[in-house]
Design a protein around this ligand. Structure first.
Ligand code: NAD
Length: 329
């Protein structure tokens, strides 16, 4: 199928592009390169450089390329920045998504896959997080994801849009071939930070809080491999054929790891020590967040190929070892 990957030069989008090619689909990319990397794009792939919020740019692409499904990975995703500059986040993550959906409607493209986040569940006291729990985001970033999810429901009912929202837990790891991987600037994710600290590329890692009600006192999170995420998206294609279909899946392994377990795993895989120290808790951090992934497993026949933190860290380590400074461009 012809798939438009919006944000296809970013971390998760670029891994999804590889998985689409491996599954025999024809991806094309839109990216404005605010983030993302040109080197992450396979040679020969069609790339349109521009902004997803510009209907005059996106609509002709949708029409000319005869796009069948739009996959939307393009968002700003720094929770702290979203609190200090909420307008920036509502503009990029909500307003520009509205324009993208309008361009799709104008071009008669009716299938949409959206990168949502487990942060829409806020400080839920129920764990694991399953799909039926109430949406109660508590940051501007989380609220932008929640708002788009709600809007998609209205579009399904009004226009017959078929959509899937995938709520990612902690996307992590790298393509096992080692040619693409995680390279955010600034980087805020634990596994790359721990690897860079082990390699002496940054100062010691600060662990925010050591007195949480968890087995070792550090926060528990659900690390899910970026290729596993990508394959779940592709597994939803068939279900989107029926107009007005609305799908929601929480994508995690359901087996959380603590911050200390991640550090220990990075040390075991790399053979290096991760310099670290403990700092105070960070406002907004919940003790534990992990998925109940059974809905995706049973309905999409989703296979988790990287079910444990060691297999995920091994792929991340391979990427960082071969690309110590990330992508060149
Ligand atoms: N990384 C995670 O752990 C995680 C967890 C939950 C949800 N998500 C969501 O997954 C998606 C992808 O995350 P990522 O880590 O790959 O981010 P990323 O920053 O690596 O990739 C996003 C890409 O979108 C592009 N982009 C942003 N705004 C754009 C616009 N207006 N027009 C065109 N291109 C634009 C950027 O240049 C970048 O290439 C995001 O929607 C994010 O909110 C990520």
């Amino acid at each position: 199928m012809k798939i438009l990957v919006v944000g296809g030069a970013g971390y998760i989008g670029s891994h999804c592009v590889r998985q689409l090619l491996a599954a025999g689909h024809q991806p094309i990319i839109i990216d404005n390169f605010v983030y993302g990397h040109r080197d992450s794009i396979p040679e020969g792939l069609t790339v349109y450089e521009g902004d997803m919020g510009d209907i005059a740019f996106t609509q002709p692409i949708l029409e000319k390329e005869q796009v069948e499904i739009v996959m939307h990975f393009a968002a700003f995703a720094y929770v702290g920045e979203s609190t200090s500059d909420p307008l920036k986040y509502y503009d990029n993550n909500v307003a520009k998504t509205v324009h993208l959906l309008q361009a799709m409607r104008n071009a008669n493209v009716n299938r949409f896959i959206f990168s949502s986040s487990c942060t829409i569940f806020g400080e839920s006291s129920k764990m694991p997080l399953h799909e039926d729990l109430p949406l109660q985001a508590f940051s501007p970033y989380g609220q932008t994801k929640q708002d788009v999810e709600v809007l998609l429901g209205y579009c399904a009912k009004a226009y017959g849009l078929s959509y899937a929202c995938f709520r990612y837990f902690n996307a992590s790891g790298a393509d096992p071939e080692g040619t693409i991987g995680e390279d955010h600037d600034p980087e805020t994710h634990l596994i790359p930070l721990a690897i860079q600290a082990a390699r002496g590329q940054r100062d010691k890692l600060v662990i925010f809080g050591m007195d949480y009600p968890t087995p070792d006192g550090t926060c528990l999170r659900d690390y899910v491999h970026v290729n596993d995420l990508s394959r779940a998206h592709i597994a939803a294609f068939d279900k989107l054929k029926t107009p007005g279909t609305e799908l929601h899946y929480n994508l995690g392994t359901g087996k959380p790891a603590s911050v200390l377990e991640v550090i220990n795993t990075v040390e075991a895989v790399s053979g290096l020590s991760v310099p670290h120290e403990f700092g105070p808790r960070r406002p907004g951090d919940v003790p534990a967040a992990y998925a109940y992934p059974e809905k995706a497993i049973s309905e999409l026949n989703w296979q988790i190929e990287f079910p444990d933190i060691k297999s995920i860290v091994e792929t991340a380590w391979k990427w960082h070892e071969s690309h110590p400074n990330g992508f060149e461009k």
